[in-house]
Design a protein around this ligand. Structure first.
Ligand code: SF4
Ligand code: SF4
Length: 303
């Protein structure tokens, strides 16, 4: 599987770039996922978007914390401590940077040790489209690095951009600029360990202590680091007079956030319980009731 992460600023088109790449990969016969993470939603704020591409089914979900390829659409993000575009990049991975600098100059300027590819796509956009809109160009660059075919890229540009750009002339210019970027880059092979391996069948889960009976997802951006407790409308509340300690709720909780108290009875870590109430649905003796969050605040700490 190839995992790509796009870093741009609000308004530059990182989300659309990841979307075009995902569609191009799909048209080229791959399975694909693409999705954005906005953070502070305002123009100019750091934005991240992700694409996964694989010949096999993609079972992985969530943010890409260990990309094979990073697309940096705005050079200033390389020195932005909030963005950290190179974090988690796999050994043997590739960094694309939108800059007038050469790859060597970019490596020296930002102290990058990984393989760097550069192209001033802002200049290409200004020259060919007449304004700085980078989504299609970044998609062209990413498609080339990911090894996606040119016809698939063309199809994806038409499909995705025609829903956003009604002006056919502007759409044509975007496509032309994207294909220019695609054909300007020399293809490079991604050499991360996973892309070299033919097929990955083993999933490694971190060891958990006996008191946590379901696997927790410890990667950055996931439970328990990303707290989902404030998503709740209803919270699960346990009735220990009925509970048989069968542990069904513990094993069914998708957040892995049900713990055991000193007597071996389950309770929810409300910082991370998102209130899906799967636990209540699955409890065979109906020992879990749903209590509206607004009514339960005064009883905080009862469990
Ligand atoms: S409500 Fe959902 S997230 Fe919360 S403990 Fe139950 S299963 Fe887990
Ligand atoms: S599923 Fe119900 S009975 Fe089983 S441990 Fe959970 S609350 Fe108790």
């Amino acid at each position: 599987m190839l995992r790509l992460r796009f870093h741009g600023r609000g308004g530059q088109g990182a989300k659309v770039a990841s979307r075009v790449l995902g569609t191009a990969a799909f048209l080229d016969g791959y399975n694909a996922q693409d999705f954005p993470l906005y953070g502070a939603e305002r123009r100019g704020a750091p934005i991240t978007a992700f694409t996964r591409i694989s010949r096999d089914d993609i079972m992985e979900r969530g943010l890409v914390s260990d990309p094979d390829i990073v697309i940096v659409m705005d050079e200033t993000l390389l020195s932005d401590p909030q963005a950290m575009p190179l974090s988690g990049l796999k050994k043997g991975g590739i960094v694309f940077v939108n800059t007038p600098l050469s790859p060597l100059e970019t490596k020296e300027e930002y102290g990058i040790e990984d393989h760097v590819i550069t192209l001033d796509i802002t200049k290409v956009s200004l020259d060919m489209i007449g304004k700085s809109v980078l989504s299609s160009l970044a998609a062209g660059v990413a498609s080339r690095i990911a090894g996606i075919g040119e016809e698939a890229l063309k199809g994806a540009l038409e499909k995705e951009l025609s829903g956003i750009i009604s002006d056919r002339d502007l759409l044509g210019k975007n496509t032309e600029a994207a294909l220019y970027c695609y054909n300007t880059l020399v293809p490079v092979q991604v050499k991360t360990a996973e892309t070299i391996r033919e097929k990955e069948n083993v999933i490694t889960l971190p060891f958990e202590t006996a008191r946590v009976s379901s696997p927790a997802i410890n990667a950055t951006g996931n439970t328990p680091l990303r707290r989902t407790g404030n998503w709740r409308v209803f919270r699960p509340v346990w009735n220990y007079d009925i509970c048989t300690r069968c542990m069904t709720c513990v094993s069914r909780c998708p957040e892995g956030c049900i713990r055991l108290n000193e007597d071996g009875y389950p309770y929810a870590d409300y910082d991370n319980c998102k209130g899906c109430l799967v636990c209540a649905e699955e409890c065979p003796v109906k020992a879990i009731t749903k209590v509206r969050e607004i009514h339960s605040r005064s009883e905080e700490g009862d469990q």
